[in-house]
Design a protein around this ligand. Structure first.
Ligand code: FRU
Length: 485
């Protein structure tokens, strides 16, 4: 598989719109052999503006073909985030011969003629694998008399109670609704008061069930993105809750706040099952940006990209259940091994440098700290532009610093370091995927993830390993570059 880079900063492995603005992924669904990605799109400008749903399809979730715009604004407003389901049993009555796709999205009404912003949920359906859409004539299907923040419906079929479930972002809470037919919705419950982080408005919820690895247990996971708040350096980010769901109410089973990503650039992500009935792989895709600076990133004519698709699972560490994220296996054919190292000692005099010279690259390392106080990895984008990943052994934390990574001047916030507290195991396993303008770092098999944009002149000229005082051992290392075909 060969992917060629097009223009400056244009990612090779990540979806980015051909032109103009993109934010949240919407309507992720697998149907008739194709993965669909719809997305928040302003087709007329490279900053956020009147929202449409853009559309792309793929056979492998890495190479995407962008298609025509799926949904455009109408008399009910612009088209905010939402989801797509396959109506296998024609519960909606939209389909006669074959099952088809139904989009459930937010209509957003504001402007001169609408002094009060209004958000409501509407439907559209497609007979031709998402290429064209018909809006439901009785839109909207769900409104609220008072709530202004009333958006981002994520809908799934809940087999146990035999009905559709919608989770909706409602200000500082998530509201849950149910329906037999996608058209008539009943309020079930509201989640979130005094629970979790309320640093910003709650957006883009997602609710799904996952098995806990190495056990017979299953748990429900609720993802909740929280919007930017100038009081905090983090900007927009995503928290999640683990608990139970009985078809009516979600109950969380922990008091701590759980973050999905320790990098700044993974927001508004949602997931889908890659086979019908919700029991396939649980695949997640996020918007790889941050509302703090998304409108200012230095790309020309297009803005934003998605994270790599990631498979989600649950594991228990020290009695706590948490999410693990791994890049989907479909990524593997895009890499070929360049170099391997085993049992190599790195110390402060003997830095190990490896040339890469590639449009994208992968670095896999299993590191054992012998007696270093700090150690890590430098990604040399060019001779002068670099990003460092430093482990502080004493405090057991990892810092990703991008202040020298290239163009950082477009935002005061962008150059600030990103930090993750480690679990403190003897060995540290890192998998880093470097693309033209991003770094995705998966630690210890995806227990922690740091997703970070960078804007260097080139993706990756080389990497080097370093310590400050003391030694580390590279138990195993592998560097990979683009596969030739
Ligand atoms: C999240 C979000 C959603 C909204 C959309 C508008 O990034 O603010 O809540 O539907 O973006 O583009």
């Amino acid at each position: 598989m060969k992917i060629t880079k097009l223009d400056k900063y244009r990612p090779a492995l990540h979806f980015s719109p051909q032109q103009n603005w993109m934010n949240d992924p919407n309507g992720l669904v697998f149907f008739k052999g194709e993965y669909h990605l719809f997305f928040q799109h302003n087709p007329n400008d490279s900053v956020w503006g009147p929202m449409h749903w853009g559309h792309a399809v793929s056979k492998n979730m890495i190479e995407w073909e962008q298609l025509d715009i799926a949904l455009s604004p109408d008399e009910h407003g612009t088209i905010f985030s939402g989801s797509v389901v396959v109506d296998w049993h024609n519960t909606s009555g939209f389909f006669q011969e074959e099952p088809g796709l139904v989009a459930i999205f937010t209509h957003h009404l504001e402007g001169e003629n609408h002094p009060q912003t209004k958000q409501m949920q509407s439907l559209a359906y497609s007979y031709d694998k998402g290429r064209t859409w018909l809006k439901y004539e009785n839109n909207p299907v769900l409104t609220h008399p008072t709530k202004i923040d009333f958006r981002d419906p994520k809908v799934f079929w809940h087999e146990a109670s035999h009905k559709w479930i919608m989770v909706l972002a409602t200000g500082q809470t998530i509201s849950i609704y149910s329906s037999p037919n996608l058209k008539d919705w009943t309020f079930e419950s509201e989640f979130g008061e005094k629970i979790g982080s309320h640093d910003g408005v709650w957006e883009c919820p997602d609710l799904f069930e996952l098995p806990v690895e190495h056990s017979s247990e299953k748990k429900w996971v609720l993802l909740v993105s929280i919007g930017d708040n100038p009081e905090f350096d983090s900007g927009s980010r995503t928290q999640y809750f683990i608990g139970s769901f009985d078809g009516h109410t979600f109950v969380e089973e922990h008091d701590d706040i759980k973050w999905l990503d320790f990098g700044k650039d993974n927001y508004a992500g949602v997931s889908f099952s890659d086979i019908p009935k919700e029991d396939g792989r649980r695949i997640y895709l996020g918007w790889m940006s941050n509302w703090r600076y998304a409108n200012h990133v230095p790309t020309k004519g297009w803005r934003s990209q998605m994270t790599l698709p990631r498979e989600l699972s649950l594991i228990e560490i020290d009695g706590e259940i948490q999410i693990v994220q791994k890049a989907v296996r479909e990524l593997e054919p895009f890499f070929t091994k360049k170099e391997e190292l085993n049992h190599v000692i790195v110390n402060s005099k003997d830095k190990h440098h490896f040339n890469i010279h590639a449009d994208y690259a992968e670095v896999e390392l299993v590191l054992e700290n012998i007696d270093a106080t700090q150690y890590g990895l430098t990604i040399h984008h060019t001779n002068t532009q670099y990003t460092t990943i430093t482990v502080d052994a004493k405090d057991n934390k990892l810092l990703l610093e991008r202040k020298h990574s290239g163009n950082v001047d477009f935002s005061d916030n962008f150059p600030k370091p990103q930090m993750v507290k480690l679990n403190g195991t003897e060995q540290l396993q890192l998998r880093l995927i470097v693309d033209s303008s991003s770094l995705e770092l998966f630690l210890n098999g995806g227990e922690h993830v740091v997703t970070s944009l960078v804007y260097p002149d080139k993706a990756c000229e080389g990497v080097s390993l370093f310590t400050s005082e003391g030694e580390i051992k590279v138990v195993h290392g592998k560097l990979s570059i683009p596969a030739k075909n």
